[in-house]
Design a protein around this ligand. Sequence first.
Ligand code: NAP
Length: 465
Amino acid sequence: MAIQSINPATNKLIRSFEPLTEDAIAEKLTLAFEASRTYPAVPLEHRALCMRKLASLLEHETTDLARTITLEMGKPLHAAEQEVLKCATACRYYADNAARILTPEPIATENHSYVRWDPLGVILAVMPWNFPFWQVFRFLAPALMAGNVGLLKHASNVPQCALDIESLVRRAGFPRGTFQALLIEARQVERVLADPRIAAVTLTGSEPAGRAIAAQAGWLIKKSVLELGGSDPFLVLPSADLNAAVETAVRARLVNAGQSCIAAKRFIIHESIYDAFEKRFVALMDSMKIGDPMKEDTDIGPLATAKIAEELETQVKAAINEGARVLTGGERMLGNGNYFEPTVLTNVPRSSPVYREELFGPVAMLFPARDLAEAIEIANDTPFGLAASAWTRDPAEQQRLVSELQSGAVFINAMVASDPRLPFGGIKHSGYGRELSAAGMREFLNAKTVVLASPVSAPPLAHER
Ligand code: NAP
């Protein structure tokens, strides 16, 4: 099947690409493998030079690159521009910090001992469309600085983003073969991952894709990192600054039209402030401007594909059938694009399937909680564990939330966001492993233990041989 770039604001075909043939894939694998044998010898300073050039290219070509993002997946142009600029910050972070992160770590033993960080080789990155630049850059910047080589299988609805990123890396001066886009379908991933020249795999995407990749990588005994879905809780307690909490809650739900793994999806509000929160939250959700993502004043663009809008509609209908109440929205919007009304649901029964699912669009679920203990219990009652945002000015409550919320990150009085300096990743069905920071870079490095004994050390005892 052709890989198609379709404008989600109009559902018109922009461009179509034939998936790579087996021969073309083999050629790219050979090139990547050859690069992986020579690239680690390129001095770190030279890699950093290329990485800084990559950041400059992103900064100089922001608007053009952002237009491609908006045309392919529908986020407002101003948000796409922010995404491109964020990629530049990741490039600069790793250019500036790779030497520190990769410095061998001495370990006190009776010999000269240390750990050094060696690249693994060719890493396959299977990526989603929702942040089509950022998701790729947070893999590629640490990988290339560490001496690894990348092969990108991007989501099939953003092929032009994939090709733009490949072109940027080449123009930044990285050696041939160090980063290539593979325009292939999901069903072709299995063959690529099975190739012995692929050392490891990282996937950002859905639970089913994660299971498929992890099962195969496990069988092949290849390292994998999984960044999967989330149904992040957003907790508000009586001492919180209610205005700030409501304003952030709406932003946290509607970021990327709700299509973000770390978007807040379940709002758990102490019952003493529940009514006030609900009233302001619904009013603010209603005030958002939905429309053409190319326009400056648009808050929310279309969902990325017709299928995503259909799936969300099915989930909302299922919730209503199970007894949920719609406070606002609830419908797909008429017209050619994949627009969906900002929606607020209450009374979603804990026994209904939707309660445990990720809602990947502008749909919020509100829950009242009697006290802090019940709020934490509801927050943790999910198969996911990516991140959590909690609002309270009470230091004792803050400490309890930090220690008891089951997630890869807890943000107090702030919206959850990724940052190149901070580790990013989840627990439970949100996946395993970390991206960003030193932790993310080290996922695809061999922590090689080195022991240099003195040449005159005693010969090994018989039982040690
Ligand atoms: P998806 O359907 O899993 O697709 C993600 C990538 O995996 C695409 O490149 C897709 O290719 C590929 N893929 C799908 N099934 C596969 C399989 N069986 N074997 C190999 N590759 C496969 O996910 P999505 O709908 O694009 O993205 C949304 C999901 O990603 C949400 O659950 C979201 O929460 C999650 N996400 C997580 C993070 C995080 O950091 N934790 C960040 C962003 C998004 P095709 O496009 O060709 O199908």
